[in-house]
Design a binder for this molecule. Structure first.
Ligand code: NAI
Ligand code: UGA
Length: 430
């Protein structure tokens, strides 16, 4: 089939390259000329394992990019893969989605025959039906269900394993409200379901599809917060939280994944999506107590980490190494990284901070241009009065002699990865 993808960021680029690999003809439409030029040169504008190979393989053939919305006219369906950030009070900010939807609507005015518009972005239930469809109607002059259909297909890929997650999903969720929309969606996803026969197919309504995405992220974030809450209790009683969490994970009703306790969840999605669904629930008159608690526990973990540090070292005037600046290993993304509240609090307390990350230093420097940065964990540790381990990069698990160069070998481990040994004062957050 012929597909157009509006937005070529993490999600748009990944799904475009993967759809091309599945045999579809794909065009990416993005307002960023650099992104478009990079894709057309056969390179991925974002760093994801396996994505460069797919883009290189299909660019100029089944995959191309343009800034011109008219490219949509020659396609059967369009995916909206645009950012949906939080505004200041946690609500979803739809301004980027709305701008792109207006451009798409104006373009579809020229389209002969029907078209399917699929929301790929994470949006609050009712957005596709009550914001996107009306905007498309207004700007195309067509009627939903006649001139075009709308659908919703949430995305569950993770940064760092985006291609594998998309091509080998646990489930594919297709939301629609017309038979024609449902059929076109199935046709688009048939090659994926053939390649990944284990994947469950969930065909549902549009607002259910929208909510499944939030429920998925909120559940995972809350699962980590519950693990952290339990781990904090374990610590009070001198109980090894990892032994406890590993054991409960063996119960198939609980499951072993997303039980890694520590300094908490960050990234571009969990914080914004939990905030958005909490804000939407409150707007509707419901207080989602469990989700609010999940956020509270998450916000507390960095504070607890500093409290543990303070029991050993006064941060005022101390040189503190922060190991790990990315929100998780395998990425240079620092959005909502747990290192951000930690570095803020350390600086407020008068500490002299030195940060190190294998790949995320440049992005972190944009937020904190005034702290020191080291080129290696060893350099960060040399002469430091304390070290905080914030991201679970493998290389931090291998640290050993490097701790001997610290002025005061106090290590507060926020991810339970440092190997305890004689000669260091080891404190685990959980
Ligand atoms: N990043 C992730 O791992 C995941 C993200 N999501 C959701 O997918 C959506 C997209 O997220 P990302 O790909 O991370 O966003 P992103 O910010 O990486 O990419 C958005 C792209 O849209 C382009 N754009 C902005 N305005 C435009 C317009 N008017 N017309 C055409 N292009 C325009 C930008 O230049 C940018 O390349 C969000 O709703 C997010 O919550 C869902 C699952 C995973
Ligand atoms: O909506 C999204 O954008 C995506 O959000 C997450 O993916 P991502 O943010 O890339 O990363 P995760 O691997 O889920 O990690 C999120 C955060 O949780 C933390 N985490 C994860 C697992 C765990 O056991 N403990 C824990 O603290 C990580 O360190 C990280 O800060 C979801 O896992 C994806 O399914 C979803 O599509």
């Amino acid at each position: 089939m012929k597909l157009s993808i509006i937005g070529s960021g993490y999600v748009g680029t990944t799904i475009a390259a993967c759809f091309a690999d599945l045999g579809h003809d794909v065009v990416n439409v993005d307002i960023d000329e650099d992104v478009v030029a990079t894709l057309n040169a056969g390179q991925s504008p974002i760093h994801e394992p396996g994505l460069d190979e797919l883009v290189e393989r299909h660019a100029g053939d089944r995959l191309r990019a343009t800034t011109d919305y008219d490219a949509v006219l020659d396609t059967d369906a369009t995916f909206l893969a645009l950012s949906t950030p939080s505004d200041d009070d946690g609500h979803i900010d739809l301004s980027v989605m709305e701008a792109a939807t207006k451009s798409l609507g104006a373009t579809l005015a020229e389209k002969d025959g029907s078209h399917l518009v699929v929301t790929k972005s994470t949006v609050i239930p009712t957005t596709t039906e009550e914001v996107i469809a009306p905007l498309l109607e207004e700007h195309s002059g067509k009627t939903e269900g006649e001139g075009f259909d709308v659908g919703m297909n949430p995305e569950f890929l993770r940064e760092g394993s985006a291609v594998d997650d998309f091509l080998d999903p646990d489930k594919v969720v297709l939301g629609s409200r017309t038979d024609r929309g449902a059929e076109t969606l199935r046709e688009i996803f048939d090659p994926l379901l053939e390649r990944a026969p284990e994947a469950a197919l969930v065909e549902t309504g549009i607002r259910e599809a929208e909510m499944i995405k939030y429920a998925n992220n909120a559940f995972l974030a809350a699962k980590i917060s519950l693990a952290n809450d339990l781990a904090n209790v374990c610590k009070e009683y001198g109980v090894d939280s990892y032994e406890v969490l590993d054991a409960i994970g063996l119960d198939s009703r609980i499951g072993a994944e997303f039980l890694a306790a520590g300094v908490g969840w960050g990234g571009s999605c969990f914080p914004k999506d939990v905030a958005a669904i909490v804000a939407a629930a409150r707007d509707a008159g419901y207080d989602p107590a469990m989700l609010e608690a999940a956020v509270e526990v998450n916000d507390r973990q960095p504070v607890r980490m500093l409290d543990i540090l303070r029991e050993r070292v006064d941060p005022d005037g101390a040189r503190v190494a922060v190991l790990g600046l990315a929100f998780k290993p395998g990425t240079d993304d620092v959005r909502n990284s747990r290192a951000i509240p930690l570095v803020d609090a350390l600086r407020d307390a008068g500490a002299d901070v030195v940060g190190y990350d294998p790949v995320a230093t440049a992005n972190f420097r944009e937020k904190f241009p005034d702290i020191d940065y080291a080129d290696s964990a060893a350099d960060a540790l040399a002469g430091a009065d304390a070290a905080l381990v914030v991201t679970d990069w493998d290389e931090f698990a291998a640290l050993d002699d490097e701790f001997d160069a610290m002025a005061d070998p106090v290590v507060v481990d926020g991810r339970r990865i440092v190997t305890r040994r004689d000669g260091i004062v080891y404190e685990s957050l959980v």
